[in-house]
Design a protein around this ligand. Structure first.
Ligand code: CUA
Length: 158
């Protein structure tokens, strides 16, 4: 029978235990707590997204007092977000809808958990409630071409 060193055996058992614990944690998070990775909320034709639907006139819309939806279109050449300046009142709940008209971009809103990939053909959606006044810059987090570093904007809470 193959000889396995005692310490090596311990490491193997620890590795197996870690895998089992992670599997249990993921199962509890996904099924019991309902924690899911951000997934596309709908499919969109990237060829017509700039001329039709909410993304042809992106921006902030108030759904009810303190409750907003924000549509943002990411584009390369010129590299920018439409819009790149947004202002909301304190304690607003904003549902972000972001899509791309061309290539893969990213969207990260600083100091929040609003952070996702922005893919042509898909809409990414997350909701956040702003309980602190300040400027929240957002940037493109996926390299998308020579103007990638120009893709940024700011959401102001006042
Ligand atoms: Cu868009 Cu990088």
């Amino acid at each position: 029978m193959m000889h396995i060193d005692r310490l090596e055996k311990i490491y193997i058992y620890i590795s197996i235990a870690v895998l089992v614990i992670f599997t249990i944690a993921i199962t509890i998070a996904g099924f019991a707590l309902g924690i899911q990775v951000p997934s596309p909320s709908q499919l969109i034709d990237p060829n017509t997204v700039a001329s039709t639907g909410p993304y042809s006139e992106p921006g902030l819309r108030e759904l009810s007092p303190g409750n907003y939806e924000l549509y943002i279109r990411a584009e390369a050449s010129p590299w920018r977000f439409y819009p790149d300046e947004v202002t909301v009142p304190l304690n607003s709940t904003v549902t972000f809808h972001v899509t791309s008209a061309d290539v893969q971009h990213g969207f990260k809103l600083q100091d929040t958990n609003v952070n996702f990939m922005v893919l042509p053909g898909q809409e990414s959606t997350l909701t956040y409630t702003f309980t602190e006044i300040g400027d929240y810059p957002y940037i493109c987090t996926e390299y998308c071409g020579v103007g990638h570093q120009n893709m940024y904007g700011v959401l102001t809470v006042e």
